[in-house]
Design a protein around this ligand. Structure first.
Ligand SMILES: C[S@@+](CC[C@H](N)C(=O)[O-])C[C@H]1O[C@@H](n2cnc3c(N)ncnc32)[C@H](O)[C@@H]1O
Length: 263
């Protein structure tokens, strides 16, 4: 047996689980910076590959990476503040964080923030900062925003509970920067009762899809033939909504084009 194999076996058998975890984290931290740099050079603009490398579920489990590329590729080299809700790994504090590192490599000049109901601070690294905070705790979110400043992209990959998705959108969308983008993943829960969704009534405004479908009418509020209609904040500040299988991209901007009908 080679000497290196002997040493490895020795560590494997003599270290406690906690020590092994610490060692794993040390090794990860030591090489992550260099790894990230190499991945950026080799695959920097290929989100599908980055998703697989970083063990995010945005490609392979789900097929979201191609849609992210469509909507975010032109922003790659910009200096943005990006917030992802849901860091991954649930109760395990060491687990998750893959998508945060994926975004950091894909957006080489941006700062990446993550919130999760669990403590994920072990994923704090250069250009990555995590916060322990529920997506429906407005006070905690407000404090997070105070620290981050203005956000340019929000990705909701958190609890996927319909009420939470809608609540967080209503709270965070108005705080997005002028031309910000708001993404919601895993919209399948909109049809699942266990998450507060429904398959029987597809237009219920308390399901994520029902709520989002109502926003699409708002794109055309200038055409409503209603006296005294007061456009909502969302009517006036959403310029596009792109739906794909289980994911939506909502583009913020001034929706102030007049109706083209004269009478
Ligand atoms: C699907 S995982 C996120 C995966 C990660 N974004 C990725 O692409 O690899 C969902 C995460 O959301 C967190 N979560 C659940 N409820 C939450 C809430 N109310 N607020 C914030 N995070 C929540 C869970 O702890 C879990 O880590």
């Amino acid at each position: 047996m080679s000497i290196s194999l002997k040493i490895r076996n020795h560590f494997k058998t003599s270290l406690t689980t906690q020590q092994k975890q610490k060692l794993k984290k040390f090794q990860a931290l030591k090489f992550r910076g260099l790894q990230g740099f190499i991945y950026q050079i080799l695959f920097g603009s290929n989100l599908k590959v980055l998703s697989l490398i970083y063990n995010s579920d945005k490609w392979g489990t789900h097929w979201y990476a191609k849609h992210y590329e469509t909507h975010l590729a032109h922003l790659r080299k910009k200096k943005l503040n990006i917030l992802e809700i849901g860091i991954g790994g649930y109760k395990d504090p060491q687990d998750g964080g893959g998508s945060l590192r994926m975004w950091r490599t894909y957006f080489p000049k941006s700062r990446i923030f993550g919130i999760d109901i669990e403590d994920k601070s072990c994923h704090d690294e250069r250009r990555i900062k995590t916060f322990k905070c529920s997506q429906v705790d407005d006070d905690a979110l407000e404090k997070v925003l105070e620290e981050i400043g203005q956000i340019d992209i929000v990705i909701d990959d958190g609890s996927h509970i319909n009420e939470h998705i809608i609540h967080t959108f209503k709270f965070l969308f108005p705080k997005l920067s002028e031309n910000g983008i708001y993404v919601i993943e895993d919209l399948q829960t909109s049809y699942w009762q266990s998450f507060g969704g429904s398959s029987d009534n597809l237009n219920r405004s308390d399901t994520a899809m029902g709520f989002l479908k109502q926003l699409t009418d708002g794109l055309n509020y200038a055409e409503y033939r209603l006296k005294n209609y007061e456009p909502t904040y969302f009517d006036k500040n959403i310029v596009a909504i792109h739906f794909y299988h289980n994911i939506v991209f909502i583009q913020k901007g001034l929706n102030n084009e007049d109706s083209n009908i004269l009478s």
